[in-house]
Design a protein around this ligand. Sequence first.
Ligand code: SF4
Length: 1448
Amino acid sequence: MSSATSSVARVAYLASDIIVDSQPTLPSTSQFAKEYSSLSATSSRRPTILSVPLGGDPGSTLLRNGSAAGLISFTSSAAAQTVIRLVLDAAELSSLPLVLHLAVKNDLSEVLLLHSAIPFFLVSRTPQQAHDNSLLASRLARTEKKAVVHVFYNAVNDPVEVIPESEVQPFLLSEKLASTNGMNGHNGMNEHNGHAISANGTNGLNGHSATIVSPGSELFKLYERAALSTVVRIRRACPPFSVHGPSEPHTVIFGLGDIPSVDIDGVSIVSLSLLTPLLPSRILDVIPPSASRVIILEQLQRWNTKWTPLYLELVNAIHQREVEQRPHIQSVYFSDPAQVIPLAILKLLQAAPSSAPIQLGSTSTSSNLSLEVPHVPKHESSYTKILSHVFGERLEVSNSPDLVLKQGAIATSPEFALGRVRGQLDQRNELTRSVQKLLEVKDISPELHKLCSQWVLVKDDDAKSRSVGNELITALESSKFSSPIIDRILALRAHFPTRSRWIIGSDAWSYDLGASGLHHAIASGLNINILIIDTLPYTSRNSADPHRRKQDAGLYAMNHGDVYVASVAVYSSYAQVLQAVMEADRHKGPSVVLAYLPYQNEDAPALEVLKETKLAVDAGYWPLYRWDPVKEAQGKEPFALDSDAVKNDLQQFLDRQNHLSQLVRSKPELATELVSSLGENVKEARRKKAQQAYDDLVVSLDAPPLVVLYASDGGTAEKFAKRLANRGKARGLSTSIGTIDSMSIDTLSQEEYVAFVTSVAGQGEPPQNGRTLFKALNAAALRGEKPFSKLRYSVFALGDSHYWPRPEDAHYYNKPGKDLDARLEQLGGERFADIGLADDQDADGPDTGYKVWEPLVWKTFGVDSIEVKEAEPDPITNEHIKAASGYLRGTIAEGLEDTSTGALDPSDTQLTKFHGIYQQDDRDIRDERQAQGVEPAYSFMIRVRTPGGVCTPEQWLQMDRIADEHGNGTFKITTRATFQFHGVIKQHLKPSIQEINKVLLDTLAACGDVNRNVICSAIPSLSRLHAQVYNFAKLVSAHLLPRTTAYHEIWLDKKMVAGEAVKDFEPLYGEFYLPRKFKIAVAVPPTNDVDVFANDLGFIAIVDEQGELAGFNVAIGGGMGVTHGNKKTYPRVADVIGFCTVQQGPAVAEKIMLTQRDNGNRADRKNARLKYTIDRMGLDAFKAEVESRLGYPLAPARSYTFDRNIDDFGWSTGDDGRHHVMLFIENGRIQDEPDRDFKTGLREIAKIHKGTFRLTANQHIMVSEISTEDVPEIKRILAKYKLDNLNHTGLRLSSSACVAFPTCGLAMAESERYLPVLIDKVEKVCEENGLRNDSIVMRMTGCPNGCARPYVAEVAFVGKAPGSYSMLLGGGYYGQRLNKIYRETVSEPEILAILKPMIKRYALERNEGEHFGDFVIRAGYIAPTTSGKEWYEGMGGEGQYREAAAAA
Ligand code: SF4
C-alpha cells in the first residue's frame, strides 16, 4: 500500500536534479521531507533538496535554481500562502523544466489560481494516478522545458505499481515519440461502454468536431507525446479524462476534483485529469447531441469571480456549436465528496437551470487545511504577550491568525493586513469628519456638542479617546435627535478608541522584501507597526540555504528615512523590548521591530533559547538597537545601541550616516572593543613563534629541538608542561613551550619532536586552549590526510580515573590525551614514547604517572643519563601574590587603564577578590570567541558587603541603577545575603564601586582570603532581638575588616598614604592575609536560616529569660568546599565549643580567625580552610589555642533548638508593631521577566518604602519595618507585580541554587538556570504523592565549591559536567547534618527515576513530622554522616536500595 504523497515524492526524488520542498506551519513537518530522507538511505540518486519556510518565497528559489537544472520539482501541501506566492512568479516559472506537485484536500480553489499561467495542469485522484501523472509531468517538463502543475489527492492508501528506480532516468531522457493519435491507450476511455475517445478529435460517435482548431493544440500535442511515452513505459492508460455513463446521455457532468462515481440514468460523467490544455474539440467530443444539459461540478470552497476557468472553457467550446445544438450549462461547486450522491445530482437535474453557480451541500471549513487557524509556536507568544501586556485593549493584530477562519489563509499576509489597516484608518478619518460635521449641526443638545468637541480634542489620546468615545456613544444612542450623521457615527463606533496596530510576521518575509509585502508596509507611510520574529538560531546561521540571502529588514527600513526601527531580543533585554514597542507605538508612521527568538523546534527548552540569544547578541550577529528618525529631525541622535557589538553592515550604515561617532561617544568602551579583536591567544602565538625562531637561530643550533604543547584549564597540565620544558633545557635541548592551540596543522607538520600534555575538561573534552587544534586534527583525519610524515610525538594525559565511576563512563578517563595520541598516528605521526597516563587517584597524584613517562622522553633524545640539578622555579602561589601586592594593590590601577584588553593581569585578578571583584568571562560564548580568534568576553562580578543583609530603600534604588547602567541589567541576592552584579566590563568597574560607595556601601573583603560578609538571621517577628544581632554582625564585620587603604586609593581616587610609599599596616591579617576565606554567621534559634553550621565561625544567639540577648554559643569549623574525587577534601559542619557574651563576641571572632591565620595550611589551598586546620590540630587543641589568645576560657555552651533553615515567607508583624513581608525570589535573581516584573516592582516599592530591606542567606528578600498605614500601598504594588505570589510548592520554596553558568568561571554544570526546570518536574512527583506543601530542602551548585551550601541539604546536586551531577541525600532539615554522595554521576532522567519511588515511599511510610533527610536514612537509602572526615564512608547508598535505584 502506498500513499499518493510517497508515490509523488519517490518520482520527484528519482527524476529531479533539484527539489524545492515547501514547509508547512510549525510544528508540523513536511511529509515530503520524511520521504526524501528515507529515500536518501535506499536510493543512489542525490538530488539537491532545498526547503522553503511557510511564508517564504518559493518562486524566487525556483527561478534561481530552475534554469540550470534538467528538471526541478516543487513539492508542497498546497497551503494557500505558498500557492499565492507562486502566482506572483508564474509567468516566469512557466518556461522552466519544472513540476509543481501540489497535494490538496477537498478544495481546488487555491491551486486553480495557477491554471491560466502554467502551460500544463494535471489532476490525480488515486495514488496510482499520482504516480503515473508524476512520471508524465516530469517527462513533459524535462523534454519540453515547460512548467507542469500536478495536483493530487492524498486521502487514500492503495496498492501502487511503481517504476523501478533504474528506469526513471532512461525514461526521462529517452527519445521523444511521435504522437500516434489514439493508438496509444492514453485516449479518453468510456468506461461504461468501452468506446474510445481518440485524442485526435474523433470520438467514434459523432465525428463532427475534428474541424475545430484551438490555440492550445500545439501544447496539447506536446502533452500527447509525453503521455504516449509514459504509456509505452508503464503500460497503463494515462487518459486526459475518463467518461463514465451511457453513450447518449441527456446530461453530461464534467467533474474536476475528488468526485465519486455515481450511476444515474441518462447522465454521463467526465472526470478530468488534464485541465490545461483542454481543447474545445475534446470537450465537444464528449458532449453528444443528445445532451441538453451540461453540469460543471468542481471541488471548490470559494471562487472569487463569478465563473471558474473550467466553466469558461466549456462555454467557449459549446459556443462553437450551432445555437440550437447548444446544451444549457450549469456551474456547481462542492467540497466534501460525500455530498456528491445520486440524490443530490437528481435534485440538481430537477431544479430549473440557473445562470448563477450552485453550491452542493454546505461549505466545509474545518476539513480544509488552508482554513485552519495557523499554529503560533509557543515561544513566539513571549512577544505577543508583551504586546497585549503593554497595549491591552488597544492592541490590534491586523494579521491575527484568528482572521484566517473568516478571510482565508491570505489573512496572515502583510498585504492583507496593510489593506485592513488602510481601511480602518480611512474609517476613523470618516468618523472624525462625521463628528466634526455633527458639531456644525445647530439642533444638537449642548451635552452632545460638548462630548463631540471633547472627543475631537482627545481622539489621539490612548485612554481618553476610548472613555470619551464611550460616553459619546451612550449620548448618541439616547439622543432624541435623529440624523443620518448620527447613524453613520454609530456605524463607525468601533473606531472611537485609538489603536496600536501591529502586523506580526516571521523572518521568512525578509527573504524577499518586495514579494512578501513588507516593502509595501514599510513604504506605506501609514501608522502601522510591524513585528518580525526571527527564529534562526545563531549556531545554525551558516546552515541556512546560502542561496536565499535574508535581507536585513531593519537596514532596509532605516534607509527609508521615516521608519522607526528597533532590534530586540526578549531573552537578552526585556526592558529594551518594552521600550522599543512603546516607542514604535508612539511613532506616527511605520515602525519595524525585529525580534529575535532563536529555537530549533517548538520543544526547545527556554535555556537553549536563552543561550542562543546570548551568543547572537554578544557576537554582534543580533545587535540590540533603536533608531528613531523623529529624533534626527529634532537634531538629536536617532541611533541608540543597547548591546555591546554591532554587525559589519549596520556599522557601515552608521558610518555612512555619521552615527558611529555618536555610538562610540555613548558607549566609550566600544571604541576599543571594536578594534581590539586580536585575541590574546593569537598575539601570544605570534610572539612565541617569533621568539622561537630567534632562539632557534642563536641559542641551540646543534641541540635537538623539543616543542612542548599543553592544553590546560585548571593549570595542572601547564605545570607539568613547564616542568618538562625546563628540564629539557637543563639537559641541553632546544625547548619551546606553548598551548596546543598556538599551533596549526601546518606549523605542527614542520616540527620534528613534540611532547603534548593535556588534561580533561567537561565530559571527556579537551581543555579550552586545545580545542581548535583538536577539531582541525579530526577534520584532517576525516579527509584522510597524512600531514605529519616528519612528526615524532608523545602524549602525557592527565585525568582522574575516579571522576566517572560508572563502567559505561570509564572511557572519559584521560580521553583527550588518548584521542590525541591515536589521531596523530592516524595523520602520519610516529610516537617517540608511549602515551603517559596520569591519575589523580595514584599515590602521588599525577606525579606518579609523570615519573614513569618523563624518562622515556629523555631516552629518545639520548639525554637520559645526564645528571642535572633540577632548577625549577618556585611556582607563583596566592601567598606570593598577596605578599608582593603592597597590601592588595598589585598592578590593579595600571590594569584598569589598559584599554587593549578587557582583562586584568592574572595575579591582579587574585587581588581584586579582596576588593569584592571577580574576573569572569561569558562561558556561553567562550568557544565561539575562541573560534573567532578574539579574547574571551571578559567582564567582572562585583559583590557588595552588606553586614547582616540589611539595606535602605535608597541603597536598593542605587543597586537597581548600577545593574542597569554598569551591569547586565539584573542583580542577584547571594547566599551570603548581599548584592552581586554580573557583566560589569573593566571600564565600568571604577564607576560602579564609586556609585556603591555613594550610598555608604562598599565591596571591601566581600571575597578573598579574609573574613567575608557577616550574615545574620532575618527574624521578622523579633524586632528588638534582630536589632541586637544585626548590630553585632555589623560590629564583627567592621572589627575584622582589612585596614589597607588600597581599596580607597584604587577605586575612590583617594591619595596614597604619605605620598608614594606604601605605609599600610594590617594589624589582624599581616601581609599574607588568611590562608583561605573565612565566613561568619549569626543565627537566632529556632531558625537556622543562615546555616550557621556551614560557616567557619557561627554565633548561635542565646536569649535569657527576659527575652534579652544574653550572648552566643560559638560554633567553629564549618565549611562546604570539596574537590571532586579528592578525598583529602570534604565538607564539615561546625562544632559548638562554648558560650561567649555579646561583648566578648568580636574578640572571640578575632582570636579564632587569628588562630586559623597562624595554623592554616598555606602550602595547599585545597586544604587551607579552618575545618581542615581543626581536624589536623584536634578540636580541643584548637579551642585551647583560642582561649589562650583570649586569656580566658569560653563558658559552657547553653541549650538551644533549631527547627528549620528555610525562610518564613509572607507577612508577619514584629514585636514593635511594624510589619514585614518575605518575598520568594527564585534563586535570588532580580530581573524583569515576562509576567514577572520583579525588578520594576521592587524599585517601585523602594521609591515609597520608609523601612528597610533584609536580604536572606536563602537568597530571598524581606521588605521590613513597614508601618501599618503603609501596608495597603505595599500590598498593592506587590500584587501589581505579582511579587506576592507565594503559591509555590514546599519543594520550590525550600530550594536554592548558586549562579554557575554563564558567569562563574568555576562552574562545571548549570545551576541557577537549571534548578527551577528540574523542580518543575520533581514537584509534579511531590504533588502526585500529596506532598505539595511539604518542605524538602533541595539545593544545587555548579561545582563542588558549594556556594549554595548543598552539603547540608536534604537532597543536593553538585555539578560535574554539563548535564551531570553528583546526587547527595540525607542532610539535616535544619542544616545540622551533612548529607552524603548517593550517586556519583546522574543526569536528569536518572534523577527522576531515583526520586519518584523514593518520594512515593516517603509519602506513604514517613513517621509523623519526619523530614525527608531523616527518612532516607531510616529507610536505608543512605548512611548518616556523623562527621566531615567520615563523609566518604558508606557513600553510594546501601544494600538493596542501591541495587533498586541502580536498576531504576
Ligand atoms: S558553587 Fe561553584 S559554580 Fe556555583 S557559584 Fe560557587 S564556585 Fe560558581
